[in-house]
Write a protein that binds this ligand. Sequence first.
Ligand code: G6Q
Length: 549
Amino acid sequence: MTSLIATPAWKALEAHAGTVAGLHMRDLFAADPGRFGAFSISLPGIFLDYAKNRVTADTMALLMDLARQAGVEEWRQRMFSGQAVNSTEGRPALHVALRNRSGRPVMVGGIDVMPLVCGVLARMRDFTGALSSGAWMGATGKAVSDVVSIGIGGSHLGPEMVCEALTPYRKSGPGIHFVANVDGADIAQALAGLDPATTLFIVSSKTFTTPETLANAATARAWLTDALGEGAVARHFVAVTANPGAAAGFGIEAANTFETWDWVGGRYSLWSAIGLPIALAVGMDAFEELLDGAHAMDEHFREAPLEANMPVVMALLGVWNSGFLGAGSHAVLPYDHHLRGLPAYLQQADMESSGKSTTRGGRRVDYQTGPVLFGAPGTPGQHSFFQLLHQGTRLVPADFIAAAESSAPMGGHHRMLLANFFAQTEALMKGRTEEEARAGLEAAGLPPEDLESLLPHKVFEGNRPTNSILVGRFDPRTMGMLIALYEHKIFVQGVIWDINSFDQWGVELGKELAAAILPELEGEGPVSGHDCSTNGLINFYKTLKGRAP
Ligand code: G6Q
């Protein structure tokens, strides 16, 4: 099959990129006062301004050609109709079914999965109600005061991020804690101060074979049973899994096991019972509003023409920035304290999905795929790594994300926050010319020799691409829209790059090697079966542990 970069649409973009290379966004704005209107998309609840990108109308038209050539519309249809778009694992990727509020059936292998999805949602509603009302009691008859969610990767990052993002919508009810790391410090910290008699554990693991999660679950179980005996497990453990047999083997009853399915990818699973901690934190009504928001974005993604399709446009800008402007990274900058976990969440969503170098057909790609995603909340980021965004040698496209309304109105804080939000994208776009810098230094009364030496440092090239995403407020619905927006952006990029966004084979090798090394750490004597660095490190560790090799 022809490589992406040999296709007509890519070649046309390559030729076009030469003409855009010399353009500065300042000039594009000066030439077209309607640029904001032309390069923005407004949906009920969420707004995207992408005018501050190094694109013209021609660029966007050529990018749309690329999307059509790559078959974005057909792939979108395949995903929504339950075809096995996760080709290397032979599965559909049907996170959209989890928030399908349309009443339309979603078929997997000839079976409508919507009754299953709705059934689990109903069970989640019963469970969260019982827990918050105190009807669910622990083994000693006490109500639950704390819930500890044990899971890792896709079974952790989404629930934790959304719980944090929806802090203003927190219902009174049990405290929610998360344990992901196999480092014992994580669970030790979570359990410190908790009372076994009033603590409930959710073991979230699609496979129920993940070593970190099973180790943490075993430690939690021992902590509980040491205090309350084996019989307590039934009242203090629930599971979310696609492997109920393994959960039963652990001692979790079928009645306390919430089902998820192999057609839901881990990093796309917060909409399933994996989101149980979210439902506990904000209540089932708010959890369903989160699903409603995601569904609204799904409907937009399904139906809007590519030109006016928010995820498609964001995806194409990402392809443009990496494929034609040489950007190797992408910053996500939420101007909202409660969204501080969003970059870490998107790191998994994006980098595990797009960190691939093999096409669907098994060929090594000869172009760049997913960028390194990073980020931090504004304004702390401005006092840290933004220097590189403004004046570094690398081009770092960025998404700025903010809400018009604060969830914590405190004097003028929100206006200050938003002033920074607006100012940063303006500064990144405009930069500061030598003339402007000179005028500023002259106005400051700098002596000529100091002025000349300082001048080069005061110049900002500008022309740095940014998207601005603005919502009314970060409520459950807009959070659902925002997350689904990024999910579909990632999917569209995967289609264009001809990679499978839904597998993650790259995480396997390290897991296998760790399993082989684990017994070696316990064994006597030096190890010699690895490269000399790994042998040396393990043997030095043994020395440090007081076990001479
Ligand atoms: C995500 C990945 C991965 C997964 C974890 C946890 O898409 O598949 O991050 O979520 O490895 O897996 P389990 O839920 O099976 O424990």
